[in-house]
Design a protein around this ligand. Sequence first.
Ligand code: 3H9
Length: 727
Amino acid sequence: MGPLGDPAALFFGDISRLTLQRHSETFEMSEPVSTQNRDGIAVLTIDSPPVNALGIAVRQGLFENVHNAAANGDVRAIVITGAGRLFCAGADIREFGKPMISPDLNEVIDSIEASDKPVIVAINGMALGGGLELSMACHYRVASLGAQCGQPEVKLGLIPGAGGTQRLPRLAGVAAALDMIVGGLPIDAARAHELGIFDRIIDGDLVDGAIAFANEVAGDPPRRTRDRDEKLADGRDHPEIFVDYRKKMARRARGYRAPYACVEAVEFSLTLPFDEGMKKEREIFIECMSSDESKSMRHVFAAERRVADVPGVDKKTPQIDIATTAVLGGGTMGGGIAMNLANAGIPVRLVEVDEAALGRGLDIIRGNYASTVLKGRLAQSQMDERMALITGVVGQGALADADLVIEAVFEEIDLKKEVFGMLDKVCKPGAILATNTSTLDVNAIAAATSRPDHVVGMHFFSPANVMRLVEIVRGDKTSPEVLATAMAVAKRINKIGVVVGVCDGFVGNRMLHCYLREAHFLVEEGASPQQVDKVMFDFGLPMGPFAMGDLAGLDVGWRIRKGNAATRPNDLRYSTLADKVCERGRFGQKTGGGFYDYEAGNRTPIPSKEIDDLILETSKELNIERRDISDQEILERCFYPLINEGAKILEEGMALRPGDIDIIWLNGYGFPPFRGGPMFYADTVGLDKILAAVRGYEAAHGDVWAPSPLLVRLAGEGKGFADFDGS
Ligand code: 3H9
């Protein structure tokens, strides 16, 4: 049965006047696709907020409206455009994994391409994924000055599945198509025009310009992308381009399937006729769609957008105007935070106790910017603008009129309390006092002020000017306005802010602690640092725990451990390995050695004889008979306690959702997106399997392995963390 005669399609014909609830907003939806006849040119407008995605209602609407326009004797040409801020964000991601209802996107696209009347797409804003594929099946493409287009499917673990891999090389050439499809980044209108994707850029009213264009081509035979192959010649003459491309992307694409699948599909545009290439594209698209990689990356896409949903805060929550800011403490962290603010055009005072410390702090910032300029990623003029926004100041006077002060002094509770007592006296009423503490009690810090409602945690991750994550720590008394403003500031400085509760280490570091603990125990029991690091690297992390410690500096954790020594329970197993490494003055890369040795000017870790001996000595002291440890045990012992701790964090309400924990681990600790984050990964393994392993390790290693009640409950019910609804 054809799509128009499909009962399901008839049902969906009614969807056009649905009222759609999205967060707290309500949209009155009009026809998802409507037609206006403008003197013989049918103008079809896709109107499906928020992003004109190609869900069933839009596909159905396009199919019918194109069919009607093509059959209408008064119509000479067809223009397709989008209402709102962008043309089309592609296939409707919410439909993925559900049964496809006809017409599918390829049927719609085929019907457009087959039209005997010229079809011109008028691209406003963005044409992404299926939106670009639909555009490429139109006979001509015109776009507004600020338009962009791209094939971002790879970021969802997919390849373009509606002709992108076959039509883009025909329009833009193989090299540019590979860059766009494998890289997934959009290009601007000027570049798209230069490449031949856009036929004309319209400066002025886009629809009027598209109608004028349509009148120019109205009598011409349709120009179909599938029939064009002049741009393929280059690829045919240089088949080595694919070999080179695979080699070039190997480091970036480590652990991923989709980027390679993209290259494979583009290659078929050269080696097979168009329809055969389309079939291959379809096969690969379907294979990718059912992969854990794509499921993980789609989860990440949705989870990133959900972090902004925070109880007690919504779009109506008033925010505090942030015009002037100050960062207290010009060390590596404070400097990085100041750079973030300046990068977003926000003036910031960097406050230090004396000129020498201030000079050091400003020098580090200047050096960081200068090295970005040297790499060609920042213009000198931009560096100058940013440096001009950072004013170094000695003394507290500069804090008085700041709207937001971010404290980044040493990680010691008494010092933090003293600093907040001072801020309370010096700062103007209504100012937000934020602490960058990574572990300490934000409520205790807030209690040192007379305005605990204006105190919040903003925990940046090192290096703060690079890492995207900020844990926004909601104290017991933090007001909704302050929380909403902190979230807005994070967004403004291009960070992803995740709201967490007050507990030791918050979410990320609390889980990291379990991971590091087991990594050290494993080395005491028989593994080597390099074996543990390799297992983690092969899993997809940028580096394992020992290489990471060496990079971050082992002295930081050492100082914290010494601070906690007095309160550490005596009956708990504690690894002294890292302390012993530090006692030898080996703080990591910066001292030329940590768990590994380093050659001057080279960051490559070299296995260390000194450390090997130290490990053997330590095992002996502890009466541990060293044994061979399997990679699987390393994987389980590093990740399962981390996941178990994540479950405890959820049941205590310290994180709102498993997805929030995943976003923290992806953006703060380099957890690979193709695994979706630790909680999503746990679901792919199966909570029953994880629980069984946790119980086994509990029997062997004691109470630290006690499973969280939430893990026990969900595993018992045959569920995953994805089923956790906060109760
Ligand atoms: C594809 O096309 C496959 C084809 O090749 C083959 C098919 C056979 N679908 O990001 P925002 C929602 S795969 C459904 O906050 P922004 C989003 O969830 C697709 N919903 O806004 C959010 O909802 P909520 C390839 C979508 O201005 C709301 O729109 N395309 C889709 O920062 C606003 O989004 C892509 O991968 C969608 N496709 O950024 C593009 N896209 O408010 C993915 C967005 O309920 N999208 N939503 O949380 C984006 O990159 C950005 O959303 C965009 C706007 C740049 C468009």
